[in-house]
Design a protein around this ligand. Structure first.
Ligand code: FAD
Ligand code: 2HG
Ligand code: ZN
Length: 482
């Protein structure tokens, strides 16, 4: 091993960590579910450095685990634990590739390096008078490379699409250490197989994304948000359809949460209060965004929201609502939604299900699956929220109150297998997917094989074999084990 490290040092003069204490923060994921081992942590500064490191890995048959902000929910960004006879990988941290290379407001594009945080991407776009709409609670830490590698979703997919739909081109280092310049700033380009789309969502298993061309949009002139109390997802769905038919593209977010989520956030985040008088089983967070002249847009957005809620209240779909009247209230309403993951993590271990369903089938799915869980798993407290507008729910589980202590953790996590089976079988029966936006990583890698045909798995393995013949890229992730 010292020989390997010396050989790596000889070829890569940049930042290299080899001490256990220095490497430790890179080897455990955000959820603290997975901890692995690495030969070294390598922190390149440029795409050329990345190419040099990958060429060395290829020559020495050393695996590579790419990592951005390590906020991924499926354990893709950390190596597996060490096993006798298996070569330790290098952990390739991309966070020092942090330059915004260019912004072209007239073409509505920007070119950024993979390690730029999502928030810094949004800020750079805003400085140029444009919107980069990808938005999620980890945006201060996650990187655009990680967003693309995991095809992240977030809270604006309904209007703008997921990471894949926001990317026009990529720069990628192949497992052999070659640098592919696919940084095309074109909206139309039908020149053969779409390599960009292969790398997006490949979770670091095919190559390393070093830079990307992103799509920009006009900045909204005004926004309004409301938190609406609804009896169930049936009424939420009626509200969604009403909003879509009345305001069309002005509807930029349609999120849902249960009162359990609301209570978790109230308990965990000081200063949070329930924005409506009475607790309700479900709440919808609905955002409208308007372009145009700011003076008129403010009034127009407020009027649109009032009209929409008025109509929904008349039919009984909405029982109460709080509308933001200023920026502070706008941010406070969004903060409730964005703090759910952290608040859930604070009450013990979590079992996560990141499911996608045809939107119209969500109420029936919840009715039957909630009942089945209550009957088979009384130890479980359901924590359900998500992106209803996209048909994507975080159908999560926590221990019942008072059972979240470390002494109960093993017993709770032992439920994961049977609970996954119940939930994922139901998802499949309703025509859904077991990973809407968090990817497969190591968490859902093997489970995915239950729902993919042998042909689909064969085609996926063929792609892996063609692009990474030595199998060095992020081993043990995404593809089910044989
Ligand atoms: P990492 O976690 O570092 O990596 C994710 C995967 O991509 C790994 O497989 C890794 O190997 C690979 N990878 C990373 N960088 C590269 C690269 N440059 N080249 C090739 N492969 C690479 N996700 C959503 O979709 N929607 C949400 O609303 C959402 N909300 C979140 C809220 C919180 C509080 C947290 C903690 C996470 C949330 N996530 C959400 C999960 C996560 O997908 C995103 O945070 C983000 O996309 C991951 O980016 P990252 O830079 O942290 O990637
Ligand atoms: C969100 O939508 C994220 O907030 C995280 O995708 C979901 O914590 C989760 O399960
Ligand atoms: Zn989500």
């Amino acid at each position: 091993m010292p020989n390997l490290i010396e050989s790596l040092r000889a070829c890569f003069a940049g930042k290299l960590l080899t001490e256990a204490a220095e490497m430790a923060p890179f080897l455990t994921d955000w959820r603290k579910m997975w901890t692995g081992a690495a030969l070294a942590v390598v922190q390149p500064d440029t795409a050329r450095d990345v190419a040099q490191v990958l060429a060395w890995c290829h020559a020495n048959s050393v695996p590579v685990v790419p990592q951005g902000g390590s906020t991924g929910m499926s354990g893709g960004s950390v190596p597996e634990s060490s096993r006798a006879g298996v070569q330790l990988p290098i952990l390739l941290s991309l966070t020092r590739l942090n330059k915004v290379r260019s912004v072209d407001p007239q073409n509505n594009t920007m070119v950024v390096e993979a390690g730029v945080t999502l928030q810094a991407v949004q800020d750079a776009a805003r400085e140029a008078g444009r919107l980069f709409p990808l938005s999620l609670a980890a945006e201060g830490t996650c990187t655009i490379g990680g967003n693309l590698a995991s095809n992240a979703g977030g809270v604006q997919v309904l209007r703008y699409g997921n990471a894949r739909e926001l990317c026009l081109g990529l720069e990628v280092v192949t497992p052999g250490g070659e640098l592919w310049d696919g940084l095309r700033t074109l909206r139309k380009d039908n020149t053969g197989y779409d390599l960009r789309d292969l790398y997006i969502g490949s979770e670091g298993t095919l190559g390393v994304i070093t830079a990307a061309v992103l799509k920009l949009f006009p900045l909204p002139a005004a926004q309004a948000i409301c938190l609406a109390a609804v009896p169930s997802t049936r009424e939420a769905l009626s509200l969604l359809n009403l909003a879509q038919s009345r305001v069309g593209a002005a509807l930029t977010a349609f999120e849902v949460l249960t009162d359990t989520c609301m209570e978790l956030v109230i308990d965990h985040v000081p200063g949070t209060r329930r924005p409506v008088t009475e607790a309700s089983p479900w709440y919808v967070l609905l955002e409208l965004s308007i372009t145009g002249q700011p003076e008129q847009a403010e009034a127009q957005a407020a009027q649109m929201m009032e009209d929409l809620l008025g109509a929904a209240m008349e039919t009984g779909w909405v029982t109460d609502a709080a509308i933001s009247a200023n920026l502070a209230q706008f941010e406070a309403l969004w903060a409730i939604r964005e703090n759910i993951s952290e608040s859930q993590a604070a009450v013990g271990k979590t079992i996560k299900h990141d499911i996608a369903l045809p939107v119209s089938r969500i109420p029936d799915f919840l009715e039957s699956t909630d009942a089945a869980i209550a009957q088979a798993f009384p130890q479980v407290r359901q924590v359900v929220f998500g992106h209803l507008g996209d048909g994507n729910l975080h159908y999560n589980a926590s221990p019942q109150p008072g059972m979240g202590g470390a002494e109960h953790a093993a017993a709770f996590l032992a439920l994961e297998g049977p609970l996954n089976k119940l939930v994922h079988d139901a998802v499949h029966a309703f025509g859904g997917s077991i990973s809407a936006e968090h990817g497969l990583g190591v968490l859902r890698r093997d489970e995915s094989a239950r729902f993919k045909s042998p042909l689909e798995l064969k085609l996926m393995r063929n792609i892996k074999q063609a692009l990474d013949p030595k199998g060095l890229m992020n081993p043990g992730k995404l593809l089910p084990q044989d």
